[in-house]
Unconditional design. Sequence first.
Length: 237
Amino acid sequence: MENKKYILSAEVANKKLRRMALEVMEQNYDAKQLILIGIKANGIVIANKISGFLKEVFTGEVIVLELSMDKKKPAAITLKMNSLSDEEMIQKLYDAARAGVQIRLIIRGIFCMFSENKKYEKPVRAISIVDEYLEHARVWVFHNRGKEKVYISSADWMMRNLEHRVEATCPVWHEELKQELKDILDIQLQDNVKARWLDNELSNEYVKTTKKKIRSQVETYNYLFNKIKPNRETGSH
């Protein structure tokens, strides 16, 4: 019954997104109208050619929130995307890094940020993973005073996505699903087989370590398999 509820929720969300996308294409909505559409969709936000919308409502505001934290308290941002090239968003990450926010990045493709700077309070950890299966998810995690905000999105942080395309972004509310996404991100951040450092020179050197080898795509499979495999009885019959 619980799984059925999730499936029905996904079907309802997909119908809303399709209907909203058609409205966006057929009507010449302004920013305020699109914001109202997003609110009516119960947390699903769709935006078309609005540079300020995704940047500030779903990224800029939460980055500023992390920046405003007391430095004695944790503040952290973890981002997984295909590409990171939007100048305004990169500048917000620079501000956060200089203010002491812990930043972890998993960027598969285009990467235009300087990840190394002596002015950063904490080192920025930035890696790219290219393996057998295409990495294509966009997941954003913000510490938010311990009440973590987790978003999934269709958008990379690129000008073409944030200003010239119809994109969808939504928060993940279900605690079990939030934890699963965070667990998978943690697995990927530990990759020392297919992960490469995204340094200032973009030298693409493999992450090297003397620790146990972790290939994140294999470990992610094992993690998910162990969650769904049936409990097996042991002992003689």
